[in-house]
Design a protein around this ligand. Structure first.
Ligand code: XMP
Length: 515
C-alpha cells in the first residue's frame, strides 16, 4: 500500500482541494470525518495528519473537537484555518475574534528557517478567510509567520512536528501554498512520493483480482464516458474477457463515439463487449414527445430496461462494476458518517431480479480517485485522447439537444453540426480552455436564401461555456473569426440549417443544456 496522509474534515469547502493538492504532490491521502477515533487513526497507519478548515468557531460550546491524544501519537500534524485554531485551543493557546476580519489576499512574512517554510520567499501572498485567530500560542509553539493584522499566521512546535497555518495553502491564490504543502509532506512527514499513476494501476489491478478471485465474472455498464471507460480498461487489464461490458446504443451519441468504444474494447482492451443496438426502441419511446422532462424520463427508463435485459442473459456473472469516483464517495455522505452511498443507487435502479443476481458485490476501481486522476490513469493505460478528455455528456445525449420532437433527420443535423464545431474548436487550440461546447437544434424555422432559392429551415444554436464545476458557468468568448468559420461550415455542410446563433447566457439564470 502507498503511504497515506489522513485529512480530518471539519466541513470546509476546501477539504477536497487539500486532498487534490496532496495527491498532485504524489502522496496518497484520504478524507475522513473529524470525529474519527484515535484507534482508527492508528489502525490506518498514516504518515501524517492534516486538519482541514471548517465553518465553526472553536470558542462555541458545540464546535467540532478532536481527542487531545491525537497530538501525542508522534505523527506530524498540519492544521489549516479552523485546524489551526482547534490545535491552539486544544493545546492551551488562546483564540479570539479578530478586530479586523481578514479575507482574500494577504501579505505574509515567513520564518524560512523552519522546515515548513524552507525555500519560500521571506514574504508572499496567501489567501485568508477567517474571523477568529490565535492570539497566544500553546506552550512549546512559536509564531513562524505573521501579517499586519495577525501575529500568528502560522505557528509551529518543530520538536513534536506540529504545524498550523491560518491561511489556505491549498488554493491557487496562495502564491507558495503548494511549496508549503510539499514541505509538510516531504520534509516533515518524510513522504516517498509513491502515489504515481503506475502505482495506482498496479494497486487497482491486484485488488480487482483479489476481489473477483480466479473464476469470478464481472459486468459493467459502459457509457463511453471517462469514468466507465477507465474502469473498463482497468478491469480488462485485471481479468480480461471475464469482464462483460454492456454498451446501450440509444442512437443519441455523438459522431464516431460508438465506433470508438467498439474499437477500443475489442482490440486495445479486449472484453466481452455487448453492444445493445436499441436505436429503434429509444426512438419509439420518444416519438411525438416534445416535453423535456418526459423525454428524459422515458430515455432513463428505457436505458434501465435495456441494461436489465442484457444482465438477465448473463447467468454466470456475479459482480457488478461501477465507475464511482472519490467526489461521489465524499459527497454521498459516507465520509461524513452517513450510511447513504450514492454508488449503490445505480444498483437500486435495476429491477430486483437483476440486482439480486450480483451476489459477489460491487467493484469500484476508481472509488479513491479524483476526476483528474481518473484521466491520468486513462492516459497511462493508453486510452484514446478523445475518450480520456471527453466533456461531460448528458445521459439522454443528443435527444435533449433537439428542441421538441426527436427524429432521425434531426439527429443527423445535430450530430453533424456538433462534429464540425468540435473539429473547428480543436483546430483553434481552444478545446481544453473551453470546458464544454455543443450545438442545439432549435424548433424554430426562419427564412433564408441559398443560391437563388428561398429557404425555410431551422435555427441552430452554439453553446460554449467555461466553468470550474458546472454549477455556475460563463459563456466562452470564442473569437469572432472562429465563430464565423463554424457558422459558414455548418450552414454549407449540414442539411436543414440556414441560421446560426450564439448562446451568450450565463448559468444561472440559464442552464448549460437547453432541455
Ligand atoms: P445543466 O444543464 O444542468 O448541466 O446546467 C450541468 C452539466 O451536467 C450535464 N448534464 C447531465 N449529465 N446526465 C448527465 O450525466 C444528465 O441527464 C445531464 N444533464 C445535464 C451537462 O451537460 C453539464 O455539463
Amino acid at each position: 500500500m502507498p503511504q497515506c496522509i489522513l485529512i480530518l474534515d471539519f466541513g470546509a469547502q476546501y477539504t477536497q482541494l487539500i486532498a487534490r493538492r496532496v495527491r498532485e504532490a504524489h502522496v496518497f491521502c484520504e478524507v475522513v470525518p473529524f470525529c474519527v477515533s484515535v484507534e482508527e487513526i492508528q489502525r490506518r497507519k498514516p504518515v501524517g495528519l492534516i486538519l482541514s478548515g471548517g465553518p465553526a468557531s472553536v470558542t462555541d460550546s458545540d464546535a467540532p473537537r478532536v481527542d487531545p491524544m491525537l497530538y501525542e501519537l508522534g505523527l506530524p500534524v498540519l492544521g489549516i484555518c479552523y485546524g489551526m485554531q482547534l490545535t491552539a485551543h486544544t493545546l492551551g493557546g488562546v483564540v479570539e475574534r479578530a478586530k479586523d476580519r481578514e479575507y482574500g489576499r494577504v501579505k505574509v512574512s515567513f520564518d524560512t528557517s523552519v522546515p515548513l517554510c524552507t525555500g519560500m520567499k521571506p514574504q508572499s501572498i496567501m489567501w485568508m478567510s477567517h474571523t477568529y485567530h490565535v492570539t497566544q500560542a500553546p506552550e512549546g509553539f512559536s509564531s513562524i509567520a505573521s501579517s499586519d493584522n495577525c501575529a500568528f499566521c502560522a505557528m509551529a512546535n518543530p520538536d513534536k512536528k506540529i504545524y498550523a497555518v491560518q491561511f489556505h495553502p491549498e488554493v491557487t491564490h496562495s502564491e507558495e501554498g503548494s511549496l508549503l504543502l510539499q514541505n509538510f509532506l516531504y520534509r516533515i512527514c518524510g513522504c516517498a512520493g509513491d502515489w504515481t499513476m503506475d502505482a495506482v494501476i498496479e494497486l487497482a489491478v491486484s485488488s480487482i483480482r483479489s476481489q473477483v478471485g480466479e473464476n469470478g465474472r464481472v459486468m459493467l455498464g459502459l457509457s463511453g464516458g471517462v469514468d466507465s471507460s477507465v474502469a473498463a480498461a482497468l478491469i480488462s487489464r485485471a481479468i480480461g474477457s471475464r469482464l462483460t461490458c454492456v454498451y446501450v446504443d440509444h442512437g443519441f451519441m455523438r459522431k464516431g463515439e460508438t465506433d470508438s468504444v467498439r474499437e477500443v474494447f475489442t482490440k486495445q482492451f479486449p472484453v466481452n463487449l455487448i453492444v445493445c443496438d436499441a436505436k429503434k426502441r429509444f426512438l419509439d419511446q420518444i416519438r411525438g414527445v416534445s416535453d423535456p422532462e418526459t423525454k428524459r424520463k422515458r430515455i432513463g427508463a428505457e436505458f434501465v430496461s435495456c441494461f436489465a435485459d442484457e444482465a438477465r442473459k448473463l447467468h454466470s456473472v456475479t459482480f457488478l462494476a461501477q465507475g464511482t469516483i472519490y467526489p461521489d464517495v465524499i459527497e454521498s455522505g459516507c465520509v461524513k458518517g452517513s450510511a447513504v452511498i450514492k454508488s449503490h443507487h445505480n444498483v437500486g435502479g435495476l429491477p430486483d431480479d437483476v440486482s439480486q443476481r450480483f451476489t459477489g458485490g460491487v467493484i469500484e476501481p476508481l472509488r479513491m480517485l479524483f476526476k483528474d486522476e481518473v484521466r491520468r490513469v486513462g492516459e497511462a493505460l493508453g486510452l484514446p485522447h478523445d475518450m480520456v478528455w471527453r466533456q461531460p455528456f448528458p445521459g439522454p445525449g443528443l435527444a435533449i439537444r433537439i428542441m421538441g420532437e426527436v427524429t432521425e433527420e434531426k439527429l443527423f443535423t445535430v450530430r453533424e453540426s456538433d462534429a464540425i464545431l468540435r473539429e473547428e474548436i480543436a483546430a483553434s487550440g481552444l478545446d481544453r480552455e473551453v470546458n464544454q461546447f455543443f450545438t442545439v437544434l432549435t424548433n424554430t424555422r426562419t427564412v433564408g436564401v441559398m443560391g437563388d432559392e428561398r429557404t425555410h429551415e431551422f435555427v441552430l444554436a452554439i453553446r460554449a461555456v467555461t466553468t470550474d464545476d458546472f454549477m455556475t458557468v460563463d459563456w466562452a468568448r470564442l473569437p469572432y473569426d472562429l465563430l464565423s468559420r463554424i457558422s459558414a461550415r455548418i450552414v454549407n455542410e449540414v442539411p436543414h440549417v440556414n441560421r446560426i446563433v450564439y448562446d451568450v447566457t450565463t448559468k444561472p439564470p440559464a442552464t448549460v443544456e437547453w432541455e
